[in-house]
Each structure stands twice: as structure tokens, then as C-alpha cells.
Write a protein that binds this ligand. Structure first.
Ligand SMILES: NC(=O)c1ccc[n+]([C@@H]2O[C@H](COP(=O)([O-])OP(=O)(O)OC[C@H]3O[C@@H](n4cnc5c(N)ncnc54)[C@H](OP(=O)(O)O)[C@@H]3O)[C@@H](O)[C@H]2O)c1
Length: 294
């Protein structure tokens, strides 16, 4: 396939490398203007990728968008004139809310959503480390996207495990619930995920989960607070030493994905007239930190 990876940061470089090794013709679209970019994955030989080729973008079968959520709308609005209506657009990032925007922006394109638990770390702009094996789920968002099940095989061949999930929104909501619980708290307190197992965080965690549960149920998702509490506790334990992406963004004074995680939850809660005071206070705390940088 002709594939363009838009936003070749940590996770984009990882997939670009694996898709290249699986035999696809992969090109990048970074915000830097060089016409080629060299990327090394782990200790493999570096690969030279074409960058910002209009021809490659116009002829792409797949546009894999690995930008962070707040970057998606602006980047795709700018590139819209170059995106063919048959190109399958796949969004792979944390948080929710971009699919609604992109499906209206690229109204004719098949839209597929993806979530991955692989870990990637950019040692430098030309060197990515695959820090943890994970699982990737893909699923269609619009009617043409829902017919793109073949993509799961393409991704699976490049970097297993990959599944096609016809209920991808449920999977994204479950991930959002975990992110609402772990990300703001670890970012505010600048602690690793495992610290949230301490007793002083339990009341807040439980309140976050109770609020998220009500919103998810109102969205028609079959869940309950016991199930979500268990998932959150499992992730806290399994990723005890990890720093959440929001924690890292706040420490490095980079815009976090709060608007697309807790912000999205609050927006949906308002639509359903559900009160979410604890999530709101975490949202405000992160926004206050970000505004302090200006
Ligand atoms: N890293 C992981 O292990 C991991 C795992 C699972 C999910 N995720 C999620 O995947 C998403 C991406 O994460 P990441 O860690 O890969 O972040 P990242 O390293 O910051 O990658 C984003 C890339 O997009 C580039 N970019 C920003 N605006 C652009 C534009 N207009 N045009 C082209 N490129 C642009 C950035 O360029 P600059 O380099 O110039 O800033 C950066 O290289 C996030 O939602 C994250 O939560 C990450």
C-alpha cells in the first residue's frame, strides 16, 4: 500500500518503520521541511523516508495520523486539498473528539479509529525505541470506514497484535475512562502511575470513575463502576513505573491532551445533564498549570 504517516513522532515513527519492513511504500508528513527523513528503530539500520511529498499524499491509500489530539484538526484542515477522497484516514491517538471533527472535514473519506498500547520513545528526532509490546485495535467510524476491515490484516502483518473492533467507540471510551483517572492526577502530583495505588488518591479516583461510569452508561456503553475500577487498578499496577503522557507533557511544558480526555468527558456529561465536579476540578487544575506558562 501507499501509506503516508502524518505526525512522525514516537508512535508514528514506530509504525512507519514496521509498515516499511512489511513491504509498504511509506512516506512521512512531518512539520519539518526536509525532503527526506532518516529514522532508526531500536538497533535496526536507519530507513530513509520521503517527507512532505505532495505526490505521495495525493496518491496515498492510507493516511495514518499519529499526531497528538490537539494537533489533528489544524493539520488536516491544511492538508485537505491534497487528500484524495478514497484515501482511508486512520486516527491513532489518545483521547476522543477528533473523529467528529474529521468526519465533517473529510466528509467523503473512509474514517478509521485506532488505539494502541505499544510503547514508543523518541530518543532523538531520528531514533525511536520500541519500549513495550502492546495491542492495537482498529474500527470504522463512518459507513465507508466500517468497510475497511482489511486494514487490521495490514497492521497485523506489520506489528501484531491487531484486532478489528466493530465497537471501536466502546474501546476508546474504556481507554478514556482509564486516562481520566490516571493522567490528570499523575500530572498534577508529578508522580509515576504506581503512586496512585496509595490510599490518599483512592477517594478522588473512585469519584472520577463514578462520574465517568454515569456518562458512559448515558452514551449506551455497557459498563459499571466496579468494572472500571478494576481496569484502572490493573493499569496502575501494570504500568507502576511509567510516567503518563500527560505527566510528561506537563513536566516539559507541552500542551497536554486534557481537552480530548477529561474535557471530552465533561462535554458529553453536559449533553446528558450529568454533574462531573471531580473531573471538572482535575480539568481546571491542568488548565491552570498550562495557562501559567504564558
Ligand atoms: N508514545 C507512545 O508510547 C504512545 C503510545 C500509545 C498512544 N500514544 C498516543 O499517540 C499520540 C502521539 O504520541 P507520540 O508520543 O507519538 O507524540 P509525539 O512524539 O509528540 O508525536 C507527534 C508528532 O506530530 C508532529 N506534529 C505536530 N504538528 C504537526 C503538523 N501540523 N504536521 C506534521 N506533524 C506535526 C510533532 O512534531 P514535532 O516533533 O516537531 O513536535 C511530533 O513529531 C498521542 O495521542 C499519544 O498519547 C503514544
Amino acid at each position: 500500500m501507499n501509506i503516508v504517516v502524518l505526525g512522525p513522532g514516537a508512535i508514528g515513527s514506530l509504525w512507519a518503520s514496521y509498515l516499511h519492513h512489511a513491504g509498504h511504500s511509506v512516506s512521512l508528513w512531518s512539520r519539518h521541511t526536509e525532503s527526506t527523513i532518516s529514522i532508526q528503530r531500536d538497533e535496526h539500520a536507519p530507513i530513509q523516508f520521503g517527507n512532505r511529498s505532495k505526490h505521495a499524499l495525493e496518491h496515498a491509500d492510507l493516511l495514518l495520523v499519529t499526531l497528538k489530539a490537539p494537533q489533528v484538526e489544524d493539520a488536516l484542515s491544511e492538508l485537505k486539498p491534497l487528500i484524495n477522497k478514497d484515501t482511508v484516514v486512520t486516527l491513532m491517538h489518545n483521547g476522543m473528539g477528533t473523529a467528529e471533527v474529521v468526519s465533517e472535514l473529510l466528509i467523503d473519506n473512509p474514517l478509521v479509529l485506532a488505539t494502541t498500547t505499544h510503547g514508543a520513545y523518541r530518543k532523538s528526532s531520528h531514533h525511536v525505541l520500541h519500549t513495550g509490546l502492546g495491542k492495537t485495535e482498529l474500527g470504522g467510524y463512518n459507513s465507508t470506514g466500517k468497510r475497511c476491515e482489511f486494514l487490521a490484516e495490514v497492521f497485523q502483518h506489520a506489528l501484531p497484535q491487531v484486532v478489528w473492533n466493530p465497537s471501536i467507540l466502546d474501546a476508546l471510551w474504556n481507554k478514556l475512562a482509564i486516562n481520566c483517572a490516571i493522567n490528570p492526577l499523575t500530572a498534577m502530583h508529578r508522580v509515576a502511575n504506581g503512586e496512585l495505588a496509595q490510599s490518599q488518591y483512592q477517594d478522588t479516583l473512585q469519584s472520577v470513575i463514578n462520574e465517568v461510569t454515569l456518562v458512559m452508561q448515558a452514551e449506551g456503553i455497557d459498563t459499571n463502576s466496579e468494572m472500571l475500577s478494576q481496569s484502572v487498578a490493573q493499569v496502575i499496577q501494570a504500568t507502576a513505573k511509567n510516567l503518563s503522557s500527560m505527566q510528561q507533557d506537563i513536566v516539559h511544558q507541552r500542551q497536554s491532551e486534557i481537552d480530548f480526555i477529561t474535557g471530552y468527558l465533561i462535554e458529553k456529561a453536559q449533553q446528558h445533564k450529568i454533574a462531573t465536579p471531580v473531573n471538572r476540578s482535575l480539568y481546571d487544575a491542568i488548565k491552570n498549570i498550562e495557562q501559567g506558562w504564558n
